[in-house]
Design a protein around this ligand. Structure first.
Ligand code: GDP
Ligand code: MG
Length: 403
C-alpha cells in the first residue's frame, strides 16, 4: 500500500499542460498507476481525475485535480485541469502554483494553439523548466514524424525563453502505460519521464531563502517607543537591528533599521515568511508610512508606474462585469496591500484602428498595459486584482516592467 507523505523528501509542484485531447489526463492517471505499483502513490483512474472538483478562488471557478505521488527522490503535487479555460485561470490566479511542468504533445497532431498558449503562460508565471512528453507514439509508424515533432517542440521552447536544446523530450504512450500494453513505449517511458522531472526541474527556492519582504497593512505609534508597521511576512527572514528599505506610494524610499520585532504581542529576535508581525522602525514618523508600502531588504525592490499584465476578466457568472470594456478603462488595482487607480491600455504594437474598436469581454484572457500614478513596488510574476465598485472584475499577473 501507499507510503504516507514523507517530509524528508523535497516537495515540488508540477502539472500537465498542453492542447486539449493530447493526453494530459491519461498521462496523469498513468503516472499514478506506475508509482502505485511501487508503493509511491494511490492509483487514480482517468474518470476520477477528469471529474475534477470545482474550486472558487477570488470568485473564479476553476476545475483542477490535485494528484499526489512520490518518486524515490521527491514528493509531487501534480495538477491536471479538464479544460483550456481552467488552465488559463489556474495559471493567472496561481490557484495551483507550478514549480515546473510536463507539456504533453500528441505525436499525431504536433504542436497546436493551446500548446503554444500554455507554454507562453508558463513562462509568464515564472515556470523555469519544462519537460516534454510526446504522446500517442503507438499511433505513429513513421519515425521521421516523431523527429519532426521533437524538433518543432525544441524550437517552440526556445522561442518562449526555455532551454530548447537541453530540455528532456520523452516519447511514449500514456494509454499503453495505463492499459499495461507495450511496456517499451508504456511504463518504461513513464519511468524515464519521472526521472527527467526529478533531474531537470530544480528544487523550488523556499520563501525563507528569498530577500525579506513585508507589505504594510497597518501603521501605529507606541508612545515613548516609536512607529510600528504591521503586516504578514511574504518571504525571507529579518533579525532585530537589520537594515531595511521602505518602498512605495510614490515617495523616495526610506532607509532605516528595525529596532524591535513583535509577534503575538511579544518581542522576538526574528520574523520570517508566514509570520504576522509588527516592526518597530528607527526614526520614522507615523505620517511617513502608509498601508501598501513595502518593507524590504535594501535594494531588492524598485517602484514602477507602467507594466504589462496578463489578465483574466471574470465572467458574469463569476461575479464579474456584465459588459465588456474598451481601452483606457480606469478601475482600482490591488497590489499586495496597496490599492491604486489604474489606466489599462492595449500593448503599443496593436494597430490604432484595432485598439479603438477592441472590446474586452467578461471571460477573456488579455494582455494589457497598466499605468498607475504613484510609483509602487512591482515585480514580474506578481499577482494583482482589478476591482470596480467593490467587486473583483479581473485578476492578473505582471509579465513585464515597462517603466
Ligand atoms: P487531455 O484533454 O489532454 O486530458 O487528453 P485525454 O487524456 O483526455 O486524452 C484524449 C484522448 O486521447 C482519449 O481518447 C485518450 O484515450 C487518447 N489517448 C491518450 N493517450 C493516448 C496514447 O498514448 N495513445 C493513443 N492512441 N491515444 C491516447
Ligand atoms: Mg484532460
Amino acid at each position: 500500500s501507499y507510503a504516507s507523505f514523507d517530509r524528508n523528501k523535497t516537495h515540488v509542484n508540477i502539472g500537465t499542460i498542453g492542447h486539449v485531447d493530447h493526453g494530459k489526463t491519461t498521462l496523469s492517471a498513468a503516472i499514478t498507476k506506475r508509482q502505485a505499483d511501487q508503493g509511491l502513490a494511490n492509483f487514480l483512474d482517468y474518470g476520477s481525475i477528469d471529474k475534477a472538483p470545482e474550486e472558487r478562488k477570488r470568485g473564479i471557478t476553476i476545475a483542477t485535480a490535485h494528484i499526489e505521488y512520490q518518486t524515490e527522490k521527491r514528493h509531487y503535487c501534480h495538477v491536471d485541469c479538464p479544460g483550456h479555460a481552467d488552465y488559463i485561470k489556474n495559471m493567472i490566479t496561481g490557484a495551483a502554483n507550478m514549480d515546473g511542468a510536463i507539456i504533453v504533445v500528441a505525436a499525431s497532431d504536433g504542436q497546436m494553439p493551446q500548446t503554444r498558449e500554455h507554454l507562453l503562460l508558463a513562462r509568464q508565471v515564472g515556470v523555469q523548466k519544462i519537460v516534454v512528453f510526446v504522446n500517442k507514439v503507438d499511433a505513429i509508424d513513421d519515425p521521421e514524424m516523431l523527429e519532426l515533432v521533437e524538433m518543432e517542440m525544441r524550437e517552440l521552447l526556445s522561442t518562449y525563453g526555455f532551454e530548447g536544446d537541453e530540455t528532456p523530450v520523452i516519447m511514449g504512450s500514456a494509454l499503453c502505460a495505463l492499459e499495461n500494453k507495450r511496456p517499451e513505449i508504456g511504463e518504461t517511458k513513464i519511468d524515464e519521464l519521472l526521472k527527467a522531472v526529478d533531474d531537470w526541474i530544480p528544487d523550488p527556492q523556499r520563501d525563507l531563502d528569498k530577500p525579506f519582504l513585508m507589505s504594510i497593512e497597518d501603521v501605529f505609534s507606541i508612545a515613548g517607543r516609536g512607529t510600528v508597521a504591521s503586516g504578514r511576512v511574504e518571504r525571507g527572514t529579518l533579525k532585530r537591528e537589520e537594515e531595511i528599505e521602505i518602498v512605495g506610494k510614490g515617495d523616495e524610499s526610506i532607509k532605516t533599521k528595525v529596532t524591535d520585532i513583535e509577534i503575538f504581542k511579544k518581542s522576538a529576535d526574528r520574523a520570517q515568511a508566514g509570520d504576522s508581525t509588527g516592526l518597530l522602525l528607527r526614526s520614522v514618523r507615523r505620517e511617513d508610512l502608509r498601508r501598501g508600502m513595502i518593507v524590504a531588504k535594501p535594494g531588492s525592490l524598485k517602484a514602477h508606474t507602467t507594466f504589462m499584465l496578463s489578465l483574466y476578466v471574470l465572467s458574469k457568472d463569476e461575479g464579474g462585469r456584465h459588459k465588456g470594456f474598451h481601452e483606457n478603462y480606469k478601475p482600482q488595482m490591488y497590489l499586495r496591500t496597496a490599492d491604486e487607480s489604474v489606466t489599462l491600455t492595449f500593448p503599443e504594437d496593436m494597430p490604432r484602428e484595432e485598439r479603438k474598436s477592441k472590446m474586452v469581454m467578461p471571460g477573456d484572457n488579455v494582455e494589457m498595459v497598466a499605468e498607475i500614478f504613484h510609483p509602487a513596488p512591482v515585480e514580474i510574476g506578481q499577482r494583482v486584482n482589478i476591482r470596480e465598485g467593490g467587486r473583483t472584475v479581473a485578476t492578473g499577473i505582471v509579465t513585464r516592467i515597462i517603466k
